[in-house]
Design a protein around this ligand. Sequence first.
Ligand SMILES: Cc1cc2nc3c(=O)[nH]c(=O)nc-3n(C[C@H](O)[C@H](O)[C@H](O)COP(=O)(O)OP(=O)(O)OC[C@H]3O[C@@H](n4cnc5c(N)ncnc54)[C@H](O)[C@@H]3O)c2cc1C
Length: 381
Amino acid sequence: MTDAVTDAVIIGGGPVGLFMASLLLQRGLQVTVLEQRTGPEPHSRAIGIHPPALEALRQVGVDQELVRRGVPIRRGIALNCGTRLAEMSFARVSERFPFVLSLPQGRTEAVLEKRLQELDPDALRRGVRVDGLHDDGRQVTVQACRGGRAVSFAAPLVIAADGVRSAARAALGVPLRRRDYPDRYLMGDFVDGTGLGPDAALFLASGGIVESFPLPGKLRRWVVRLGPAAAGSAADAAWLAREVRRRTGVDVDPGSNSMLSGFGVRSRLARRMVAGRCILIGDAAHEISPIGGQGMSLGWLDALALAPLVPALVAGTRTGLPAFERHRMRQAARAARQSEINMALGRPLREGPLAARNSVLAAAAAVPAVNSFVARRFTMQ
Ligand SMILES: Cc1cc2nc3c(=O)[nH]c(=O)nc-3n(C[C@H](O)[C@H](O)[C@H](O)COP(=O)(O)OP(=O)(O)OC[C@H]3O[C@@H](n4cnc5c(N)ncnc54)[C@H](O)[C@@H]3O)c2cc1C
């Protein structure tokens, strides 16, 4: 038996799907969110929420709760061997949110899920794995599996926010532009004994960059670019703490580690976001490098741009859709380029070129116009 959904089925109850659903419910539409996980995602991924994303989240009334739970990062500093090379303030990037908010993704998702429950307690269906789509031109039938049983849903519009391995994208046959990068990183959360307070710090060391971000609960996330030897080995919390000490001179207590995760980098940009009555948003449409932390914010901005078009799309009118697709694909390509620049900055350099690169960086950052341009680009504006 097929469940008929009046307006839209959203595939994926990650940060982007949850936000999309709340935006549509606030517009008075009926939506169903299909999420394969039966509980919250346990793995830590995004922490950085950029000002344009906070403005977007304000539309569903969760911005203040997120700000209360997170740590506003108002400044980034670049260091090498204990010397401060440059400083970047976010004071002028936004009137309402002059900071990048640091909050672990799981907590952000919990706030979004609570908001969705307030708007419609039945909208989110957990434990439903989508495995196929059929678009007959009038409506889309979504085939799925719940508790080992086949189920299906039909709606005039399907929005796929099912992440990097999107089953919807595969079913629609949307091709990807692929890039793989050699960079690998190890990140870990530790008790913060640095005295850096709420500042973010980039240590531009010859062995490769070390990034450090404040987290709620007096914790700090350390992200270390791995060399080829470490990339192949099983690095643990003690190894990460030693490497932080070697490259930055900062002591981190390995016994206080509460999360450890390694990740590689690739980008996947869908060549289309729209296929018939199905629309891809978030990581399903664009996976970009986590370095620079833009993926989740980019997905929320897709949702924000799509929401006003949905009532007409449900009614069968596609006005505004080509412009939406062009604009969002351009933004994704721009974010991918920005993350490539961020990664290039963190690659290992020998002492001579490193000193030259760092002096150019310090000189450029001392020019107020350059500094504020970089701050705006870094915060997705
Ligand atoms: C290490 C790391 C650090 C990062 N740091 C940042 C950062 O600081 N800032 C930032 O903006 N971004 C960051 N990102 C990127 C960010 O995590 C993603 O961009 C974000 O999770 C994308 O959200 P989404 O909702 O599109 O996809 P996802 O978060 O992947 O959610 C997709 C959802 O769909 C569900 N799903 C998948 N397939 C199906 C199916 N067939 N049926 C039903 N449900 C399905 C999944 O269970 C999941 O809940 C980071 C990523 C990594 C890996």
